[in-house]
Every structure is written in C-alpha cells, then in structure tokens.
Design a protein around this ligand. Structure first.
Ligand code: AMP
Ligand code: MG
Length: 269
C-alpha cells in the first residue's frame, strides 16, 4: 500500500503532462477488490476520526483541487461516507464576494480552517488564488507571484499550531473531462452541474496545467505535501485518496484522552 509514488516530492519538478491520469485495470486487485478495500478503509477512517475528535488536540486539513469534473465532490462523498458528520466540515470556495475581496486572499480561508479535533475539507481553496487568478490575470504577476511564499508560511503556521495538512490534485486528462462534460449535458440529473463557463476554462487547459505545475512545485512541503492523484477512473481515485488519508491519520495516531477517575469505582444508580 505504498502511496509515496503519488507524492510530489518537495523541491522536485512536477510535470502534469508526464504524470499519469490513470492506473491499470489491475490496480488495487481490480475494481471489485478496490471497492472492498475502500469500504474497509472507510471504517478505519471513521474510528481514527472518532479518536481525533475525542483527543481534541490536533486537526486535519484536506485540500482538494482539480479541473472542473475532476471529482472533488465525488471524492468527498465516497471517501468520507463512513465518517461521523459531526467531526467533519466541508468548505467550498467559490468566486470571492465583495467582502472577501476587500480583505487579503487568506482571510476567508483562515476563517474556515478546522478546529482541534476536527477534519476540515477544502473543496477548492487558497490555491485558486494562484490558479484561476493567475490564468485569468485577475491580479498582476508580481501580486500572484509572491503568493506561493505566503501560502507556504500560512501552511507552516497551521502545521506548527497543530493542524496536519494533506493536499490532493485530482489529475484528469483533457479527454476524460470532455466525456464528463458531455455526460453533464446528456444526463438530466447532471444538467445542473454544467456551467457554460466551464468550456472557457477548458479552453485554457494548458495555462491551467502550467499554473498547477508552478503551484505543486513551489508548495509541496514536508508539513503540507501535495499528492497528484490519477483521477480518470473514479474507483482508482477514491482508493488512492483513502489510502493516503489512512496513512496520514495512522501516522498522527490520535488517542482517546486519559481519564482522571477510576471507572470501576463509580456506580451509576
Ligand atoms: P464550482 O467549484 O464548480 O462550484 O465553481 C467555483 C468557481 O469559483 C470556480 O470557477 C473557481 O475557479 C471560482 N473561484 C474559487 N475561488 C476563487 C478565487 N479566489 N478567485 C476567483 N475565482 C475563484
Ligand atoms: Mg463547476
């Protein structure tokens, strides 16, 4: 269960074009075995989350990024289905409001970082401020250019203060995105997910890949690593994310707090 092959090594080059968007059919023992493993990991994540919550000393922040249709919502649905909703908070970052734009770009993000004992999931994140913002020239290059340093410092602050961070780039191919956008047009139950503006973003694919390359190269660190996950096949994507999270939480090894009474000596009437 080695997940290190998906890790973007801190300081190393990252080339999205050379990074796989799918594993072979035999990955995880095949689709059926992979689904079974996902269920098993789901149960373990549930137990680890209960311990993290009971311990109440540390937090886990999960960042999900990827092109439209890469599967950010689906990953949350599948990987966290067995985790107690009380201990998990999902924040979806949209186009900033006027109020948000009146502050620095990390203001709205910091407000949603997980509290001690919680798992926080960012569906999009502060990385949009070096992705969509860079691709669309929403601020000049000297402004987005210094943000990588801010982001590293911000994540170091969170890590130093007790938040474990793990970041996922859900990597799909341009061809797979075409299929998924077509499915959103063809399936009435998926129509609502289609946004004509997604086609404009799709046309900027290469600029986005360049922005992702820069972001992952400059912000994958020991305290906030990036994993680039082959995401063309949903069952592979789910299992890879689940494996990384299991490893992360096992390393954190949260413990139920020590009690300062003898439960055996207490009688409940
Ligand atoms: P969705 O994830 O489909 O709900 O779309 C959210 C949209 O908000 C995407 O097009 C993002 O690129 C956009 N968005 C998120 N954060 C920012 C940001 N900081 N600046 C500009 N656009 C953003
Ligand atoms: Mg969308």
């Amino acid at each position: 269960m080695d997940v290190s092959k998906y890790l973007v090594k801190p300081g190393a080059a990252f080339d999205p074009a050379a990074w796989p968007t799918r594993e072979g059919d035999g990955f995880g023992g095949g689709k059926k075995a992979a689904r079974k493993e996902l269920r098993e990991i789901g149960g373990k994540l549930g137990e680890l989350q209960a311990r993290l919550y009971a311990e109440g000393r540390r937090a886990l922040l999960i960042v999900l990024q990827g092109m439209d249709t890469a599967g950010k919502d689906g990953t949350i649905r599948h990987v966290f289905s067995m985790v107690n909703p009380q201990g998990v908070r999902v924040t979806s970052f949209k186009k900033p409001t006027h109020l948000e734009l009146a502050h620095d770009y990390l203001w709205r993000v910091h407000a949603h970082t997980p509290a001690r004992g919680e798992i926080g999931i960012f569906n999009r994140s502060h990385y949009e401020d070096v992705l969509v913002v860079r691709v669309h020239d929403l601020v000049p290059p000297e402004v987005w250019g210094r943000r990588y340093e801010h982001i590293n410092a911000f994540e170091k602050l969170l890590a130093d203060e007790g938040t474990r961070i793990v970041k996922f780039f859900l990597h799909i191919s341009r061809e797979e995105q075409k299929k998924r956008l077509e499915a959103r047009l063809q399936n009435p139950r998926k129509n609502w997910k289609f946004n004509p503006a997604d086609l404009e973003e799709r046309a900027l694919w290469d600029s986005y890949m360049e922005a992702y390359r820069a972001a992952l190269e400059q912000t994958s660190s020991a305290y906030a690593p990036w994993y680039a996950v082959p995401a063309d096949r949903k069952w592979q994507r789910n299992l890879i994310v689940a494996r990384v999270l299991l490893q992360t939480l096992e390393e954190m090894d949260p413990q139920y707090p020590k009690i300062d009474f003898d439960p055996g000596a207490i009688h409940v009437d």
